[in-house]
Design a protein around this ligand. Structure first.
Ligand code: SF4
Length: 244
């Protein structure tokens, strides 16, 4: 995908209107029970190769008297308990642009260590997950959209209960679509097996294209698939992608 096309997709204003009340979306700040805010620097896959980042996060928490740091389910480290007036300065001290932790968009892409670090890994989940994060993180869509890549069938990244779940198998990646957790949890359905990283990217492109054009606001991918039917969804996604 060309970079300018990617950016224009990310700025689609149709889906910018249903923020939870009082979260400060433009600052990536989430309201806490006590009226303070949490910010969660974007750390793709939760992989930190530069210890300086951890030091900066710790220093910000110390400087602004934050009572807690919290490792989140989306592989971030949240700085909890910021005053509203300190949020901008905290991001500046971190040297990081506010990430898309909230709202109707592609949230953090979760990926496991895969063949990079894990002895059970069968596919390169770090490479594929990083590329997906790079292309899609923060893109606005009809509802929140979660993606994960697991490097083997153990599915440590919950790839069957997420909107677009990818699982490394001996012969390539298997893709599941339409899963989610939350109040009404559901498993995703198997879209296709034995795909290369490039094929997964092409199918994700096509999935997002179909979903963005045809889903209703706040309709998660699983509900959208229910409405149009899995066979029809599969046809639409496969017909214009590189694989059949
Ligand atoms: S899913 Fe497999 S490769 Fe990934 S962390 Fe779990 S066991 Fe390791």
């Amino acid at each position: 995908m060309a970079e300018n096309q990617e950016m224009s997709n990310k700025l689609d204003e149709r889906f910018q209107h249903s923020a939870p009340r009082r979260d400060l979306m433009e600052k990536g700040a989430i309201l806490q029970r006590d009226g303070s805010y949490a910010i969660a620097p974007h750390i793709p896959g939760g992989v930190i190769t530069d210890p300086e980042l951890l030091i900066r996060i710790a220093n910000v928490a110390k400087k602004y008297n934050c009572p807690a740091l919290k490792v989140t389910s989306s592989q971030r480290i949240a700085i909890v308990g910021l005053k509203e007036e300190d949020i901008d300065a905290a991001w500046q001290d971190l040297g990081i642009v506010p990430g898309a932790a909230i709202g109707l968009c592609v949230r953090s892409v979760k990926f496991c260590p895969g063949t990079t670090f894990c002895k059970r890994g069968q596919q390169d989940s770090v490479g594929l997950g990083s590329e997906i994060d790079n292309r899609y993180h923060g893109m606005t869509l009809p509802s929140k959209f979660k993606i994960s890549v697991s490097g083997c069938p153990n599915k440590c990244m919950d790839s069957m209960v997420i909107d677009f779940g990818v699982v490394g198998m001996p012969k390539g990646f298997t893709i599941y679509v339409g899963g989610n957790g939350g109040l009404d949890p559901r498993f995703g359905q198997k879209l296709i097996e034995s795909q290369t990283s490039q094929q997964v990217l092409a199918l994700l492109d096509r999935t997002i294209d179909v979903y963005k054009k045809e889903a209703r606001t706040n309709e998660r991918l699983g509900r959208f698939i229910d409405r149009i039917g899995f066979d029809r969804f599969r046809e639409k996604v496969l017909e214009e992608s590189l694989v059949h």
